[in-house]
Design a protein around this ligand. Sequence first.
Ligand code: SF4
Ligand code: SF4
Length: 131
Amino acid sequence: MGVVRTILKQLFLKPATNKFPAKYAPASTIQFLDKVTKGELKLIPPIPVPPKFRGKIAYDRDKCSGCKLCVKICPTRAVEFLPEEKKVKIFISRCCFCAQCVDICPVDALAMTDEFLLSTYDKYADELVLK
Ligand code: SF4
Ligand code: SF4
């Protein structure tokens, strides 16, 4: 009986989440976003990400000394060495967000950010390849 009561209660509650991902909304959701703009629909504010959240990597090319430690430690081979420039290229689509490269970098050229809206149809899109 408890389960039935819970299900019935849920039927009448408002959703606790927003449609996702708004950043890459396809044409079919434009109507939805239009309603938000006009104030006919309210978006639920996103909760802040927790401290030490591991989102998209940030790469400071100027700081990078080309030591290759991040290339060696990366378990998913997301980091490629560019020998001519002595810098690295990072493919975010291959990254599993383990942060091992960040921990091992001797010059703090790498950092984890709180950016998590990374969905795209093109895994080699400019914003997903750092160099
Ligand atoms: S966070 Fe992990 S998987 Fe991603 S590039 Fe760094 S070492 Fe590789
Ligand atoms: S570990 Fe740091 S300094 Fe070394 S190649 Fe990677 S980003 Fe550059």
